[in-house]
Design a protein around this ligand. Structure first.
Ligand code: URP
Ligand code: ZN
Ligand code: ZN
Length: 460
């Protein structure tokens, strides 16, 4: 039984036209005008709607032991939330603690994901220690279908690597044809500033920003791109938040370093005043790097438009306001870092990016889907609408309006960072490999149907 999407306006990163899309099994097999519905086909009328490729969030934390607790979502809750919001694939991070073995972490993450997700997913493999044993396990994990690493230049003593480890990770990544994603903040400066602030009694969430100022992120960015340049390695800066770091990344690009940049929907829309909200409310908005001065937002939007920033992700890391964020009630350095957004990224980017004219529909699709697929070896299976691609499609209603609220979200967390924000547009129908998985804000798919996506290295 096939699926026919009729009369939609198809939007990809480079094309815009009206046609019908026919999907047989899991794949797009026809894109033509006026396809007669075959008997038994399910027909979706997309008249007056856009049809986008399924969106990809290249940076999420679904299973995450972190700062003495665990991120709240499971692969089941997160995938359902992702799907109603139009995200059909997410990339999680498999992160061993520094003393743990990569293959043990690999088994742990698989135990949490296998048979639990309703949408497709894959992992970036974090390198949190480097020695001969780790190296051979990383080689095995790459053979298992992972073509991206992750390093943290932050979180001293937990996930952070030192310079020698960074050097060898990038050298290995280059030799294997793997891209390395990186959290860029100088962990030593952060640790020292944290100590000084707390010693001065500056313990509220509003002080988090001052322990990780923009120059600390710029230094981390410079550090990563310097090491990448030495090895001619491919690197991807996650969650870039500010002008200072962007300038460093741009200079590296100018020198010919193979570097890509991701920003987050949170940095585009929220600023540091949210983390200054009274009554510990600011803790909802503590993440790293911190929310920045508002002036950075127009710089980031411009950078998306000019393709200096390739992707818009979420860094979805859900920790409850009641029960988890208060772990740092009397010391901001202990507030679990993260701002959830997986469910709302696409609608917020559409509403505040496309509808306001900051980016056009093509950059919207490109930054929220196509670039992630290209950079991380999923293209053209994912990230576009073409014959032979997976039938991951979002039939999008550009006229729908609603107000975001924790009371209606599917993300398993007790607050919405965008409580009361208006969205204009949402997915009408979302398909995953030819099966309808969400309809008008409701999950109607199959838990467990989501697949781990094996990715080959050397796809650049
Ligand atoms: O604050 C953040 N970003 N939390 C999640 C972990 C990370 O650094 O990506
Ligand atoms: Zn990070
Ligand atoms: Zn992250």
């Amino acid at each position: 039984m096939g699926l026919l999407i009729k009369n939609g306006e198809i939007i990809t990163a480079s094309e815009r036209y009206t046609a019908d899309i026919y999907c047989e099994g899991e794949t797009i097999t026809r894109i033509e005008k006026d396809i007669t519905p075959p008997p038994d086909a399910t027909v979706i009328d997309a008249t007056g709607k856009y049809v986008f490729p399924g969106f990809i969030d290249p940076h999420t934390h679904i299973y995450l032991p972190f700062m003495g607790t665990f991120a709240k979502d499971t692969y089941t809750t997160a995938s359902q939330a992702a799907l109603v919001g139009g995200t059909t694939t997410f990339i999680d991070f498999c992160i061993p603690m520094r003393g743990d073995e990569p293959l043990a972490a690999w088994d742990t993450w698989n135990a949490h994901s296998e048979g639990k997700s309703a949408c497709d997913y894959t992992y970036h493999m974090a390198v949190t220690r480097y020695d001969a044993g780790v190296e051979s396990q990383l080689r095995e994990i790459v053979r298992n279908g992972v073509s991206s690493f992750k390093v943290f230049l932050a979180y001293k003593g937990a996930f952070g690597v030192d310079d020698e480890e960074l050097y060898h990770t990038l050298k290995l990544a280059k030799s294997l044809g793997v891209i390395t994603t990186a959290h860029c903040e100088n962990e030593v400066i952060v640790a020292e500033l944290q100590k000084e602030l707390v010693a001065q009694g500056k313990i509220g969430p509003e002080w988090h920003y001052y322990s990780r100022p923009p120059r600390v992120e710029a230094e981390g960015t410079h550090h990563l791109t310097t090491f990448a340049e030495i090895h001619n390695a491919h690197v991807y800066i996650v969650h870039l938040s500010c002008d200072e770091a962007l300038q460093v990344a741009a200079q590296a690009k100018y020198r010919g370093v193979n570097v890509w940049v991701e920003t987050l929907i949170q940095y585009l829309l929220l600023d540091k005043t949210y983390a200054e909200l009274p009554e510990f409310e600011g803790a909802k908005y503590v993440m790293s790097p911190p929310l920045r001065d508002k002036r950075n937002q127009s710089i980031l939007w411009d950078a998306i438009r000019h393709q200096l920033v390739s992707t818009v992700a979420t860094d979805h890391a859900p920790f409850d306001f009641n029960g988890q964020k208060p772990m740092g009630k009397s010391d901001f350095t202990k507030i679990p870092n993260g701002i959830p957004a997986l469910e709302d990224r696409v609608n917020l980017l559409y509403t505040y990016g496309v509808k306001t004219g900051k980016i056009d529909l093509h950059r919207f699709v490109d930054s929220a889907s196509t670039q992630a697929a290209k950079i991380f070896g999923l293209y053209p299976r994912k990230g576009t609408i073409q014959l032979g691609a997976d039938a991951d499609l979002v039939v999008y209603d550009p006229h729908y309006t609603r107000t975001l609220s924790k009371s209606t979200q599917l993300m398993n967390v007790d607050y919405s960072a965008f409580e009361g924000w208006k969205i204009e547009g949402r997915p009408h129908v979302v398909t995953v490999r030819g099966e309808i998985a969400a309809r008008d804000g409701k999950f109607v798919g199959t838990v467990g149907r989501g697949r781990f996506l094996k990715r080959d290295p050397n796809h650049f």
